[in-house]
Design a protein. Sequence first.
Length: 130
Amino acid sequence: MSLYVQVVNNQVVQCIDTTPPEPVGTAGWFNAVEVRPSIVANRQGYTAHTFDISKNPVEIVYGTFDIPVADRKAGMIQNANFAVSQLLQQMARDPSTFDAAKVATEQAAAQSKIAAIEAATTHDQLDAIQ
């Protein structure tokens, strides 16, 4: 994918992924590239971007942040509960498919996973649960 930015008065005023309305090099249009540092999956994320207009192509630079264990645990618990919710919603749409044993099995599996998640104190322990 090609990226383009328009710089006016040393400020990026547009960033697009389609051919600009004016040729690159005119009306403040420049080619641009994203610069994303490597991150550790499930342990880091990207921050908002900044533009480095001193470079050509203009760099769209992302920073990183560390995901706290507590935040990751909350997300994993939410995902564990989601599977049960989806099953219940599916069965609610078609009551003839209701299966109490299946619901009980899903709930037990979710509760077991949630207990393991809540007991974890490190990212390594959370990795082992996924």
